[in-house]
Write a new protein. Structure first.
Length: 278
């Protein structure tokens, strides 16, 4: 029997434009169009886990605004439980300003908004987790809340997948509870510099694949002409990984599923498939 995936994290409305190249400091460049798309690392990962067949619940905060309402409706349409997505009055839903250059590389500025209001009420959402279930977290919501949720979920026997993005230092016991900690090369270096000692470390190398402790798997090759937008590829990886683990997959199987999802993500615009928010 498959376990559930609970994702505690951010929900953002992404404002996306395309540019020929990213500007240098002090330089202005012209953008081509402006789209309003679904984003936020937490919700991106929840959507990817649901697409991989997992039973998924999203936990986080949105503002009492049109963007937040549209986002909740979108997740419900995708079969994701939004009972744990709290609506906070008086603050906007989180936003991200995303520029995508020719070739698909992106730069992102995040305005947290309601994501900063995630608190102990959201931690309570993990109380129903147990053995076989997976808690998936990232670091776009307050770190104290992430740490409390990780400790509580692990104490109930659930597996914790911790994506250290955007990087921030965490207490050693929280890092040690994750199986795995998912980090890119830069985050891996920051973990090492901080003296963190994950008991299970999965490092992603972009087009060069990934390594989970002693298990190394090559990337699913995407020809350069098929790369549309790299936004959300890492989130697709994490969501598919969590779904595979909740289904009982081995490390190798879960890693291959995650790499396939990451490769598929770069072939479409936006951080999620069909990400338009009305």
């Amino acid at each position: 029997m498959s376990g559930r995936v609970v994702v505690l994290g951010s929900l953002n409305v992404d404002l996306v434009t395309r540019v020929e190249r990213h500007p240098r400091p002090g330089e202005t460049v012209l953008g081509d169009g402006l789209e309003q798309l679904a984003g936020g690392k937490g919700a991106n990962q929840a959507v990817a886990a649901a697409a991989a067949g997992a039973s998924v619940a999203m936990v986080g905060c949105v503002g009492d605004d049109a963007g937040g309402a549209a986002y909740r409706r979108r997740l419900e349409r995708l079969g994701i439980d939004v009972t744990g997505v709290r609506v906070s009055a008086g603050v906007p839903t989180g936003h991200a300003i995303v520029t995508v250059a020719d070739g698909g590389e992106n730069s992102v500025v995040v305005i947290p908004g309601a994501n900063d209001l995630v608190d102990e009420r959201e931690v309570a959402a993990v109380d129903g987790l147990g053995p076989g279930d997976v808690l998936l977290v990232q670091l776009e919501v307050p770190r104290a809340v992430v740490c409390a949720a990780v400790r509580r979920a692990a104490g109930r026997g659930a597996r914790v997948v911790l994506n250290t993005a955007p990087y921030a230092a965490l207490p050693p016991d929280v890092v040690a509870l994750a199986d795995p900690v998912v980090a890119n090369e830069h985050e891996m270096a920051a973990l090492a510099e901080a003296g963190a000692e994950p008991r299970s470390l999965l490092v992603t190398f972009g087009a060069n694949g990934a390594a989970w402790d002693a298990v190394t798997t090559p990337a699913h090759v995407v020809p350069s002409g098929e790369v549309v937008d790299t936004t959300g590829a890492g989130d697709a990886f994490c969501g598919a990984l969590a779904a595979a683990l909740a289904h009982g997959a081995s490390r190798g199987e879960a890693l291959d599923a995650a790499l396939a999802a990451g490769a598929a993500a770069v072939r479409h615009p936006g951080a999620q498939p069909d990400p338009e928010l009305p």
